[in-house]
Structure formats: C-alpha cells, structure tokens
Design a binder for this molecule. Structure first.
Ligand code: PEP
Ligand code: MG
Length: 574
C-alpha cells in the first residue's frame, strides 16, 4: 500500500473530486516531426494544402463549441473561442509555418509546432502577465492543428471513464472537448487563478487545483487514485482510507449544505437582532449574473465590466457594450446593478495593449485611463446610461484618489446625457454615481468625497495592497497582505463614518465581503451592504443571519482600536 502524499496548489474551482488520474504529460510539442516526412516524398505544396485543411477543420470544431456555449447563454466563455479562432487565423503564424515548410523542409505538423513555439517564447518574455498567459492559448491551438494533421487522439477522447485530469497545463478548448460526465476534476502543474481554463472550470462547476508544480506529474501515473479539494487547493495522491472517508464525508456535507442553502435563498439577510444588510453579488459575466439571481442576491454590487472584454484586442463599440450590459441586467429580474467602469491596467489588459510600466498597480490604471482617453471612455458611459433607461443601472468609478477626478467624470457624464438627449436615445436622466474606495488617499478624503457621490463601495483587495504597500499578486509578500491589519480596519472605519455622516451607503465589494469569518466584523463596523462572488452568497447569507449586530459593534470597536494584527485576531476569535 502506497503512502499518501499531499500536494498544495492554488485554489481554482471549489468542490471535491475523488477518482483515478488520467495523465496528459507534456506532449512532444517541441519535437521535430520531419522524420515522419522523410519516409515519403516531400511536397511542400501538399503540406501547405494539408495545413489549411487542418486549420479549417479545427476552426469548425471551435465554431461548434462557441455556438453551443452561446446557445447556453455562456457568452463570456463563448468569447474565449472567438479569441481562439482569431489566433488560429493569425496570418503571421500561418506565414511563418509556410516559410518553415518551404525553406526548412519541415512537415506541416512540425512547422506549425515550431512557429507556434516561437510565438510562445515571445509571449513568455513579456512582462505583462495577461499577455504571457496567452502563450497557453497559442500552444492549445497549435496542439489541436497538429492533432488534426497527424490524426492523433484528443485528450477528451481518452477520457473513457470518470477521472481526474492531471496535466502540466491544458487549454480551454481541450477542456470543452472532454465529456463532462467523465471529468471529475482537474489538477494542473501550471496555471493561475485567472487563466482561461480556470475561469471555465469555475463556470462549469468542475473542481480544480492549479499551480501544483512538477510534483504532481512526478508522483502521479494514469490510474493513480487522487482526492482533490478545490476549495482548499489540496490534492492527495494515493489517499489513505481515513483521508478518503474524511473527503467523502466533506463532499456529502458540501452537497447537503448546498441543498440546504438553496432552500434558504429567499431568507431575509437580517441579523439576529433585526438589522437588514443588503447581500449583493460580484459578477464578471452573464452566466455569473444568472447564478447570482439563482442564489438570491438582491442585485449586482459589482459588475467588473473590463472582464467582459478581456479576450478582445479592442473594446467593443457602444452598441455592443449596451447589448452586453442589457444581457447582464436581464438576468437579475429588476434588481439594481452597479456597473464599474473599466478597470484596465494593473494586471488586466486587452490583448496586445499593455504599456511597459515599472509599477503597473501604481500606474496607468482604471479611471486614469478613462480620463486621459475620453474617446474610449465615452462609449462606455453612454452605453451604461442607455442600459439604465429601463433598469436600475448605477455607475461605479474605480481607483478614484481625488475629488477632482470625480468632477471630471461627472462633466463627461453630463456631456453624454446632453448628447443622448439630442440624439433621442432612451437613457436614465438621473444616474446614481458611486466611487470605489480602494486608494488610501480616497479613504483619507472620504468626508470630502461623500457629498460628491451617491454611494461608496470599498474595494478591500486594492485598499489592503495600497495601504500596506504590498503587491496583491506577489507571492513573496503574501504574508504581509493582511486585511485585518489595524491600519486597514481604521481606514475602513473612517470611510464608513464619513459616508454615514453625509447619508451615503457603504458596500464592501472586495474579497473580505466573501469571507464568512469577517461578516460580523464588517457589520459591527457599520457596513450597509456586502457584495461577494455568487458562490459565496449562501455562506454570507448564513453568516449575516447568525450575527448579533449589537455585540458585533462592540467587538468591531475593540478590533479597530487594537495595536497589532495578532491583537485583532485574538479579539475576533475570543
Ligand atoms: C477591490 O479592489 O477590492 C475590488 C473589488 O476590485 P478588483 O478586485 O477588481 O480590483
Ligand atoms: Mg480594485
């Protein structure tokens, strides 16, 4: 009997998966396949013809997947395949492949692999993490074309029994090609929480752990038993009977809990002593908006609009943006939706548009881009105002640092309102405008910002990183990234006090709002609304209903007065 081995990766998609591994080792991607060609008469012309046929056949497969997703209302996921089809038809990739066939005597399969690898190397050399992650997409597509050319069996076809896929990395289209009923879970050596395959796994409800390192490939073989916990980022290789029993019990508990929570979707989000707290959802796609409604959210507290466009080389025009915003709000049956204007920059760019910046999080990001590029910002403001014609669509401004920035945006909104009136296009005439409080300058100026806006939304993800001077994406300073540091709590408290003094509501929409251990603290500090990911809604609803607001207020006061993180933790646990 083998001893169990526990591997820790990054949390990607929650859920428990127990089953045999199906290994997808790094394929012979770099291999030169010209040997195969040497055995027969080499005809560059025939190779190029085969190449174009294989590209067309791959395109047909992708178009089919895109269509299926669209029919299911999964527009966000469908866009991934639009982007993939664009890469597939990249003229530079084809031209280089043809050159390698004609001048280097390579087979079409070897040539596209080599041309693809050249692009992958260029992408991996870039400092922009979003563009770097595109390398996986290029590999995915090249692998598919090569398989078409060589008649190889796709990974999905090998998935004949319920299994946990183990791979260095897989592409979104590979994931989509797998029979869902046999796909128990995914364990990847590479990958990150924002990789496309991760986004898809989460949307499809497939438990996944990514970033496990090469250990997963070194210790696992096909049919090795694995127990994967996507919620904690753990993969147990050859689990013991005790571990299996514990994880099966946990899976049963999670399933039962989910059922129970489903029944609770209509229960009021009111504390034990009668304080109503609005529970909203953070969404990035039409599918997530639908999910949030199914889980009983009282509306969308944060629509990250930039996430709707991240797979595109250019922002969609006003009409297309309008259609997308309408599609999102149509899912929530008349509830309000807070749409945040584009928060590009930092770690999010449209493909091919990342400027070189030494400190992107302190650089040209969010509202700073909008204000310096009004020609790109206006179509979004106009689309949001038009989406608000019949629905309650509110506008939220990201990364505000000064009163001046709010006034500049308001001037643009006034201009957009005037234009829409002249053009006789239906729009809201009294839009609610709020600001994200996520820069310490904004928190310190909260009493001056409050009269300028209708509401505040505290973005704790950024507020923590900027307050503690600690990059939220840098694993070397991850231990310093502590939302419960007294410095952070005191800033949050200042913001709530200032907002309430001006009669403004305060939402928390950062990840703190989705942590049930912090619900009582935030309520005790006076937060009016919590906005979290759809998957966290049931837990937070439950946590609100278990909170005694009066007692929470006392605890919160003590926590805010504490001198250290340790002291805050002691107060909260005691
Ligand atoms: C935040 O900063 O807390 C937030 C909600 O915005 P994002 O995570 O998109 O930066
Ligand atoms: Mg933010």
């Amino acid at each position: 009997m083998k001893r169990e081995l526990i591997l820790i990766g990054s949390v990607a998609a929650p859920g428990i998966a127990i089953g045999p591994a199906l290994i997808c080792r790094p394929s012979a991607f770099n291999g030169d396949m010209s040997d195969r060609m040497a055995a027969r008469l080499f005809s560059p012309h025939a190779e190029i013809e085969q190449l174009d046929l294989a590209i067309a056949a791959t395109d047909a497969v992708l178009a089919q997947v895109e269509e299926t997703l669209r029919a299911d209302g999964k527009y966000e996921e469908a866009h991934i395949f639009i982007a993939h089809r664009m890469i597939l038809h990249d003229p530079i990739l084809r031209a280089r492949t043809v050159e390698l066939v004609e001048n280097a005597g390579k087979s079409a399969a070897a040539a596209i692999v080599a041309a693809g690898e050249e692009q992958v190397e260029q992408l991996l050399a870039l400092s922009d993490s979003h563009l770097r992650s595109r390398a996986a997409d290029v590999r995915d597509l090249v692998t598919q074309v090569r398989r078409m050319l060589m008649g190889e069996q796709a990974l999905g076809e090998r998935l004949k029994q319920p299994s946990v896929i183990v791979a260095y990395d897989i592409g979104p289209s590979e994931l989509m090609s797998m029979p869902r009923e046999n796909l128990l879970g995914i364990a990847l050596a590479a990958g990150g929480p924002t990789a496309h395959v991760t986004i898809l796994a989460r949307a499809l409800g497939i438990p996944a752990v990514v970033g496990l390192g090469s250990a997963i490939l070194e210790t696992t073989f096909s049919d090795t038993l694995l127990a994967l916990d996507g919620g904690s980022g753990q993969v147990v290789v050859t689990p013991s009977d005790v571990t299996l029993e514990r994880m099966r019990a946990q899976a049963d508990l999670e399933a039962a809990r989910l059922e129970e929570f489903r029944d609770q979707r209509d229960l009021a989000t009111v504390t034990r002593d009668g304080l109503a707290i609005k529970l909203l959802a953070n969404v990035s796609s039409v599918a997530e908006a639908r999910q949030s409604y199914e889980w009983g959210a009282a509306g969308i507290g944060l629509l990250r609009t930039e996430m709707l466009f991240l797979d595109r080389p250019m922002l969609p025009d006003e009409e297309e943006q309008l259609a997308l915003y309408q599609a999102v709000v149509n899912e929530i049956s008349g509830h309000p939706a807070v749409a945040r204007t584009l928060d590009l920059g930092g770690d999010k760019y449209l493909p091919g548009s990342a400027p070189h910046e030494a400190n992107p999080f302190l650089g040209w990001r969010a509202i700073r881009i909008g204000l310096s590029r009004p020609e790109a910002f206006m179509p979004q403001l106009r689309a949001l105002l038009r989406a608000g014609a019949e629905r309650d669509v509110r506008i939220l401004l990201p990364m505000i640092s000064t009163v001046q920035e709010i006034r500049q945006v308001r001037a643009l909104i006034q201009q957009a309102l005037a234009e829409l009136a002249v053009e006789r296009k239906a729009h809201t005439t009294a839009p609610q405008i709020g600001v994200m409080i996520e820069v310490p300058a904004a928190a310190l100026m909260a009493d001056s910002l409050a009269p300028e806006v209708d509401f505040f939304s505290i973005g704790t993800n950024d507020l923590v990183q900027y307050t503690l001077a600690c990059d939220r994406t840098n694993q070397h300073v991850a231990h310093l990234y502590q939302p419960l540091e007294p410095a952070v709590l005191r800033l949050i408290m200042m913001v709530i006090t200032a907002a309430h003094r001006s009669g403004r509501t305060v939402t928390v929409c950062g990840e703190m709002a989705g942590d049930a251990k912090l619900t009582a603290l935030l309520i005790g500090m006076g937060v009016d609304e919590l906005s979290c990911s759809p998957a966290s809604l049931p837990l937070i609803r439950n946590a609100i209903r278990l909170t005694d607001a009066a007692a929470a207020q006392k605890t919160a006061q003590a926590a805010v007065a504490a001198l250290s993180l340790e002291e805050v933790c002691n107060i909260l646990s005691g």
